[in-house]
Design a protein around this ligand. Structure first.
Ligand code: NDP
Ligand code: GDR
Length: 325
């Protein structure tokens, strides 16, 4: 039975990836931080077979211990401070966790491999946020990085380190440059879930308005369940590499809002939406849209869930969740 260690197991992607790996017959281990992490219960309810190891990406010895205890064939580094807006307020912490944390896991994996540097396969959760002030449209694996947030800078460090460890030590280290992907498990601070939750609450009479920072921002939004499949596929290749994972389609925040309200039969959505400076960012990324040709050709990967289906799935989930309250 192959064994996999997943950091960021309590997050959106960690949960979907754990389900996928369990279905494929893996022995799945997860790194979980904190003395009393409230997300432990979520992991235990959804994927009770996962074995949890306490640790933190800023604590090298805990990561080394988790690797030793799980004896992994594959390590997926999904742990990060992942909220871009927060990264301006906590730039140093974001750098430690989202950036230097990657080096910590790479080192733990390299040391564990001993004489065989590719004994353990490694996946790094890189991000389209690294493209920032996008130098070409659409973005592909070779597009120059120009991050626009402390988060993006930290991810660029992790990405370069992954490439560097592959080239320096011959490690089987791959970097998935994933564009935004969403689901009913998305954290409520991200714009998509913030919208679908508010739309459900407005429909149920529990909330009056939805306050957003910017309706014109555009993103290439896919479904998280599709994207974790790509992570796994990358580690099944003979050769490690970098892969852009995206739908190739962009939509504005306005279009997302419109589709979410339409799902509950509200056409005059503008009367519920207010804009506030509070949710605007010091710097925005340019039009991000990914070219996933390499993934399509080499991994035979393509997204299954389209934009409207994704929005509907998230609103439906929030209607159920909010009705139970
Ligand atoms: P989430 O924010 O849902 O999950 C982040 C995970 O990181 C949580 O499990 C969190 O654990 C963990 N974590 C945070 N700090 C630490 C730390 N110091 N030590 C160990 N673990 C820590 O993110 P997603 O699931 O959406 O994303 C997964 C990865 O993919 C992230 O690295 C993200 O940056 C990246 N990514 C995501 C994209 C997306 O659109 N979703 C797109 C591109 C990249 P805790 O419960 O303790 O907070
Ligand atoms: P992003 O996702 O920054 O792309 O990072 P987020 O959903 O936070 O923002 C998307 C866009 O929406 C605009 N926006 C708002 N965003 C939030 N959160 N709240 C608002 O009220 C609001 N109003 C407008 C933002 O300005 C932005 O343009 C996500 C994360 O998952 C990262 O970890 C990941 O690397 C990238 O996607 C790819």
């Amino acid at each position: 039975m192959p064994s996999a260690l997943v950091t960021g197991i309590t997050g959106q992607d960690g949960l979907y990836l754990a389900e996928l790996l369990l279905a494929k017959g893996y022995d799945v281990h997860g790194l979980i931080r904190g003395q009393n992490n409230p997300r432990r219960e979520v992991v235990q309810a959804l994927v009770p077979e996962v074995r949890l190891h306490t640790g933190d990406l800023t604590d090298m010895s805990s990561v080394v211990r988790a690797v030793r205890e799980s004896q992994p064939d594959e390590v997926y580094n999904l742990g990060a401070i992942s909220f871009v807006a927060y990264s301006w307020q906590n730039a140093a912490l974001t750098t430690d966790v989202t950036g230097k944390g990657v080096l910590t896991v790479l080192e733990a994996v390299r040391l564990h491999g001993g004489d065989d540097p590719s004994a353990v396969r490694f996946y790094q959760a890189s991000s389209s946020e690294m493209f920032g002030k996008a130098q070409e449209v659409p973005q592909r694996e070779t597009t120059r990085l120009w991050p626009r947030s402390p988060y993006g800078v930290a991810k660029a460090f992790g990405h370069h380190m992954t490439v560097n460890y592959r080239e320096s030590y011959g490690m089987h280290a791959s970097s998935g440059i994933l564009f935004n992907h969403e689901s009913p498990r998305r954290g409520p601070e991200f714009v998509t879930r913030k919208i679908t939750r508010a739309v459900a609450r407005i429909h149920l009479g529990l909330q009056d308005e939805l306050v957003l920072g910017n309706l014109d921002a555009r993103r290439d939004w896919g479904y998280a369940g599709d994207y974790v499949e790509a992570m796994w596929l990358m580690l099944q290749q003979e050769q490690p590499d970098d892969y852009v994972i995206a739908t190739g389609e962009t939509h504005s925040v306005r279009e997302f809002v419109e589709a979410a309200f339409a799902h509950v039969g509200i056409d005059d959505w503008a009367r519920y939406v207010r804009l506030s400076e509070e949710f605007r960012r010091p710097a925005e990324v340019h039009e991000l849209v990914g070219d996933a040709t390499r993934a399509r050709e080499r991994l035979a990967w393509k997204p299954q869930v389209g934009f409207v289906e994704l929005v509907s799935m998230m609103v439906e989930n929030d209607l159920k969740e909010q009705s139970r309250r």
